[in-house]
Each structure stands twice: as C-alpha cells, then as structure tokens.
Design a binder for this molecule. Structure first.
Ligand SMILES: Cc1cc2nc3c(=O)[nH]c(=O)nc-3n(C[C@H](O)[C@H](O)[C@H](O)COP(=O)(O)OP(=O)(O)OC[C@H]3O[C@@H](n4cnc5c(N)ncnc54)[C@H](O)[C@@H]3O)c2cc1C
Length: 496
C-alpha cells in the first residue's frame, strides 16, 4: 500500500503474455479497473457486461429529445474527488493529464432560510480545517459549541480501520450524529447532506461507515473537500476511450450479455455461463451489482463455502435514488454555482447546472437559450411515487432558485432506480472482501470490504485493482500500486 501517492504507474510487464485467462463479469468501474490491470500484464481478458455500454452506474448512453435531437445521458452528476488516487490512476490510462476533469471552486450547501455553507479555501490540514469550518458555520455559536459532545466528536479524528468499525459498526449514523448534540441547523448543513451523499438513510447506515467517510473525505483527506467534474459526457470522455484502450490490449467484450453462473472446470479452472455461451478461464472477477451477485452465487453451487455464501446473502441494497435532468427555456441567475448540495428542502439533495461545466449541455444552451438543470434525490422513502417526488423536487428548486419558477420544461429525463449498496448498522462484520475462499475467484465493487478508507467510485476502482493483484499473484507480473489516504486519523493514538 503506498501512502498518499497519486501515482499513474501501470504495471511493469505491460503486453508480456503471462499465460493467464480471466473472465471479468461486470463492466462498471470495478470491472474495468480489474480488466485494465490484468490485460496490461498480458492476461487474456473477457468482459461480460449485461448492458450494451460500459460504465455501470457511471455509464452513459444515447437518448433522444422530443424534437429528435440526440443527447448523452448518465445517471447524472458525479464528483471526482482529488483523493480518488486509484480512480485517477485508472483514468490516466485514457487521458494521461486528466484533461477532461475540471476543478469546481466550491461545494456550497444551501439550506432553506438562505443558509449557505462553503467548503472552499479551507486549510488542508486537520484539525485546522475542522476549526476553520466550525468557525465559519453561521449556525454555530460559542454556547452551542459548549454543549457538543466533544468526546464523541473526537472520533472523527481518531479513525482507525479496525478499531472504528469494531466500536461503531452496530450503531446507526443517526444515533451517532444525535449523540454529538450539534444545533439542528448546523447539523443539517454539516452532516446530514454528507451522510445522504452515500445514498443511505442515516437511521439505517452504520456509524462506523459514516466515520470512515468523514475520514476519507475530510479529516484524513490531504487534498481538501473539493472535487473535479467531467467536462464532457462520460461516454465520450471515459467509456469509448476505455473500449478502444482495452481493445488494443486484446480484451474481448461480450456486451448485452448476462452471466448466469460459475462452475468449476478441470485443472482448477472456472467456467462462467451466460445466456449464450460458457467461457473457461483460470480466474474470475465478479464485479457486478449486489442483487446480481446474490443471484449469481445462488445459482453457482460450486461456490460452496457456507460462511462466504451467507456473507453474500447479507448484502443489501439501500433505498432508491432519483435523477431528473431538465431542459428549461429560461436561464438561471448569473453567478449560480455549477453544483450545490441542498438540505432541509424535502427530498432534494443537490442541484447541478449542467451547461456550466459540460460541453454538450453548453452547446445546447448556446443554440437554444435557457438552461439545463439536474436534480438528485438519494435514499428516497418507499412511499413516494414518481409524480409526488418530481413535484417535491421542482418545488424545492423554485424555493432555492426562484428564477426557475416561471421557466417552461422544454424536455426532461427522469431516472428512478435502486441498485446502490446498503451499509446498514452491523453490516461491516459480515461484508465480503475481495478475496474469496475459491482459488482464482475474486469480488470487486463499491460494496466490497477493503483494507483502506475509500468509497463510491474510488472504492470500485481500488477493489478492481486489488482483485487483479490477487489473481496476478500466481504469476511474476508486477502488482498494480494501490494508493490510499492515511489509514488512521491524526489522533488515532488517543485512548478514546
Ligand atoms: C445518481 C448517482 C450519483 C452518483 N454520484 C457519485 C459521485 O458524485 N461520486 C462518486 O464517487 N460516486 C458516485 N456515484 C456512485 C458510483 O456511480 C458507483 O460507486 C460506481 O459507479 C460503482 O461502480 P461498480 O463497478 O462498483 O458497480 P456498477 O457500476 O454497478 O457495475 C456493475 C456492472 O455489472 C453489470 N452486471 C450486473 N449483473 C450482471 C450480470 N449478471 N452479467 C454481466 N454484467 C452484469 C451491470 O450492468 C454493471 O455495469 C453515484 C451513483 C449514482 C447512482
């Protein structure tokens, strides 16, 4: 593990044939990370991907507007944080300077009564960043600070992968945040947005996982809580270039095909079946979504370790999310931030103004006027139907950006889906890691237990690298470097 190194190295034995054949199931970030590392070291890789496009939850596809114009759609806005070292190392394969990523200056959080929390210009060092952030939070006074449960709050600085999960995995994030005794408004601005950004509702999320997120994104993050965004649709900036890159390395794609089971074959090899064929190989990376993994394992009797099977069964999905992109006939007010987190306005979690950072949207606005606005809602309670949710999201947009009240919706694209992993209280203890009890079979994905602090796209990329390294361990190929922020908080030695 290399500490805090932002390296773009790829393994030494690039293109040397190592004699291995590996099947990667799932063409999301985790699967592509594994396939890249394996193929660069001369492994013959086949990727089986259920959809006709790569990228999984970060994938992109072509849609048509009502007037017949085509546009590239994604599951919306994604923030590429600066400490996503493994993801960035992966992306450098297709864009060595990461020129498609553009920095956003700030990540403001808007509350209903005009409250704004800014994260720009914070010192990068902990605890200075925590002190400055607290001092600039408009809703915390000295009297409030005196009431805060300092011992509990200190746990954000004493993160330790083993100890924190042991102590806090069974507690809910809500109970942990309640115990801090922060004033309601400050808590909303500082913490509620944060926990929601991982798609899990506070009451049903592990406090251990929340503390890991605080460490990874803030208190243990030397890059600061700022991020970059893609200036072009992911299809053009990431996935088409990856298809070409992997194609040059001899990777075979089976797009639009689902894996249905894994069986043992002769000589310690494995057979992955799809609806159309069966592919034999020395190794398998299962980099699929949680429900797909549960189905695959249920159908694969040769993956027969009872403890491991029950850890797969313990995996769950969290509540659904919604992404609603709107093409409006009126501009938003000058000076609107490209992206804001929101809090206290119902289900709305963030607003992005697409034409302020993405080229396809910029062109549309240049030709048609108006604006392109995207609204996200995470961990949507099950009693919402689509219409109720859309009404609430639009109402919240009108409150925060009143200039949109009389804008006409020229076109829209709405996605409501539920395939993000749950991190429920107590789930860490049972969560499966990359390594399985079966020689040659590994797991990858943003739900997998890793020895380093990481989340979302970065966890997907890191798990893919680690899965490939496990399989390569039986060859003399150099492993892919796996980078990480510090594994422990700056006060981890304190006996709290
Ligand atoms: C609305 C939204 C916003 C987000 N914003 C951010 C953000 O700002 N920052 C961030 O870091 N992350 C963000 N994420 C999370 C990020 O998208 C995921 O963490 C990441 O893409 C997960 O990658 P993965 O490879 O682990 O899984 P996936 O992308 O889910 O890949 C799994 C793949 O397996 C395929 N598959 C499933 N079953 C089969 C089968 N039987 N056979 C073959 N293939 C199969 C699927 O089609 C899929 O392509 C966001 C997610 C959403 C939904």
């Amino acid at each position: 593990m290399t500490p805090t190194s932002d390296s773009s190295q790829s393994g030494g034995n690039r293109h040397d044939v190592n004699g291995l054949e590996v099947t990667v199931v799932g063409g999301g970030i985790a699967g592509i990370a594994a396939a890249t590392v394996l193929a660069e070291r001369g492994t013959r890789v086949t990727i089986i991907e259920r959809e006709r496009f790569l990228g999984g939850r970060a994938g992109a596809w072509t849609e048509r507007m009502a007037n017949g114009d085509s546009f590239e759609m994604e599951r919306g806005f994604h923030a590429f944080f600066r400490q996503y070292y493994n993801l960035k190392a992966l992306l450098r394969r297709i864009d060595p300077d990461l020129s498609f990523l553009k920095p956003l200056d700030d990540y403001p959080i808007l509350g209903p009564e005009g409250h704004v929390q800014s994260f720009s210009g914070l010192p990068r060092r902990t605890p200075l960043n925590v002190m400055v952030l607290t001092a600039r939070t408009p809703t915390i006074g000295l009297r409030d600070l005196a009431k805060v449960n300092a011992r509990r709050a200190l746990e954000m600085l004493t993160f330790d992968v083993e100890k924190t999960y042991k102590r806090r995995d069974t507690m809910s994030a809500k109970d942990y945040l309640d115990s801090l005794r922060f004033p309601v408004d400050a808590r909303r601005l500082l913490f509620d947005v944060f926990s929601h950004s991982f798609f899990n509702p506070e009451a049903d999320m592990s406090a251990g996982e929340l503390l890991m997120m605080f460490h990874f994104y803030f208190t243990g993050n030397p890059e600061g809580l700022v991020f970059d965004v893609a200036d072009a649709p992911f299809s053009h900036s990431i996935w088409k270039p990856f298809e070409r890159y992997l194609d040059r390395l001899g990777v075979r794609f089976r797009l639009g095909e689902s894996a249905t089971g894994v069986r043992r074959a002769d000589g310690g090899r494995w057979l992955v079946s799809t609806e159309q064929t069966a592919i034999e190989s020395d190794g398998v990376v299962l980099a699929v979504t949680v429900p797909a993994l549960r189905h695959l394992v249920a159908a694969s009797h040769d993956l027969d370790d009872p403890g491991w099977r029950s850890s797969i069964d313990s995996l769950e999905l969290t509540l659904p999310f919604a992404v609603w992109r709107l093409w409006l006939d009126k501009p938003v007010r000058n000076g609107r931030a490209p992206f804001v987190g929101t809090t206290g306005v119902g289900q709305l979690d963030n607003i992005s103004i697409y034409h302020l950072f993405e080229n396809e949207s910029r062109e549309w606005v240049k030709s048609n006027g108006g604006s392109i606005v995207e609204l996200h809602a995470y961990a949507v309670p099950t009693h919402y139907d689509d219409e109720a949710l859309r009404n609430e999201l639009l109402g919240a947009l009108h409150v925060l950006y009143p200039e949109t009240r009389d804008a006409r919706i020229v076109d829209d694209h709405y996605i409501m889906a539920g395939d993000c992993p749950a991190f429920t209280p107590g789930s860490h203890a049972q969560r499966p890691g990359v390594k399985t009890p079966f020689d040659g079979v590994t797991l990858a994905g943003d739900f997998v237990k890793l020895p380093i602090p990481s989340a979302l796209m970065e966890r997907a990329a890191a798990s893919g690298f680690i899965a490939a390294n496990h399989i390569l361990a039986k060859t003399d190929a150099a492993p892919e470097p796996v980078s990480s922020v510090s594994r422990r908080g700056i006060l981890a030695r304190l006996p709290v």
